[in-house]
Ligand binder design. Structure first.
Ligand code: NDP
Length: 287
């Protein structure tokens, strides 16, 4: 017998989660503020609750996937959470997750926060590689491990309820940096007779080839030694930055995505980091 699940929130993500649990044979109770969004799921076997309170009362495992933390507070405020296992898949900040964890525990429930590293079409499709960061109650995570693994992979990152959100935002922040770099690269060729579709595979392969550098960065941060076995030292890299800026200018491209990083590299060099690699930039960011 599969664990019954209550799911509050049937947006794009909630609906995808609901379908994954239904397809796997989990009894499912759903609630959504706009009832129309639950209609299709009802025909697929979901039980539709009239209120959040009724949905929460239906099952021990309660999953929320709403727009933001404020909507979670609003929706759960009129419910009895005593002895529930609450899994919050709503995106928020680490501080919001920690505060929500306290709020939920005060109401007698266990709390697990989740950060979804997938878009709705990847949910329920294991080969798509989507997964969810979880943090908070390890007891809850272990108890519901199999049920949680139905919509996407699971990666537990610690008892601190804020850690799932922190990992989620860290990875997405790195993604935006990568997108920013790719945007600049495409801008450089925009006015030339170069097919963007010819640049794309070169760009993708290059980014993949460079990505493992993060392991070396991690090793340097752990050891505190930013200068051992450095291949491309900061002094050399800063000396090369005018080439990037002049090329951008010659191509009629704004340097605004590139300049902030170059500025940090220059500052680190000025402070004596010339023999380091780029790891020292991280210390300039943290205050
Ligand atoms: P949608 O905008 O599609 O759905 C939002 C949901 O929140 C709806 O069910 C909506 O109800 C509900 N809602 C909003 N405000 C309130 C409120 N005040 N009271 C009650 N219900 C409310 O968003 P998604 O489903 O895409 O996203 C849900 C969560 O999942 C977000 O936190 C998002 O960041 C996260 N996520 C989404 C991803 C994506 O690609 N879509 C990827 C990773 C995470 P109603 O139908 O009545 O409007």
């Amino acid at each position: 017998e599969k664990t019954p699940v209550t799911l509050l929130g049937l947006g794009a993500m909630g609906t995808a989660l609901a379908r994954a649990w239904l397809a796997a044979g989990h009894p499912l109770t759903v609630w959504n503020r706009t009832p129309a969004r639950a209609a299709a799921l009802a025909t697929e076997g979901a039980r539709v609750a009239d209120t959040p309170a009724a949905a929460v009362a239906a099952n021990g495992l309660v999953v929320v996937c709403l727009l933001d933390d404020a909507s979670v507070a609003e929706v759960l405020s009129g419910t009895d959470l005593a002895d529930r296992d609450l899994v919050d898949l709503t995106t928020g900040t680490p501080a919001e997750a920690r505060a929500r964890a306290r709020w939920v525990r005060e109401r007698g429930a266990r709390y697990l926060d989740g950060g979804i590293m997938a878009v709705p079409p990847m949910i329920g499709v294991p080969q798509a590689g989507g997964y969810v960061f979880y943090s908070g109650s390890h007891e809850l995570f272990e108890r519901h491990r199999e049920t949680l693994a139905v919509p996407a992979g699971t990666t537990y990152v610690g008892e601190d309820a804020g850690f799932a959100a922190l990992h989620d935002v860290a990875l997405l922040s790195a993604m935006y940096g990568m997108f920013a770099g790719a945007a600049h690269a495409f801008a450089l060729i925009r006015k030339e007779d170069i097919d963007p579709a010819a640049l794309a595979p070169l760009l993708a392969d290059w980014l993949v080839a460079m990505a493992p550098a993060v392991h070396q960065t991690a090793d340097r941060l752990r050891s505190g030694d930013y200068t051992k076995n450095v291949v491309s030292h900061l002094a050399m890299q800063v000396a090369g930055t005018p080439t990037f800026l002049r090329t951008a200018e010659q191509q009629g491209v704004s340097p605004e995505l590139l300049s902030p990083y170059f500025e940090l590299m220059r500052r680190r060099l000025a402070e004596g980091g010339g023999a380091e690699d780029l790891t020292g930039v991280i210390d300039l960011l943290v205050h």
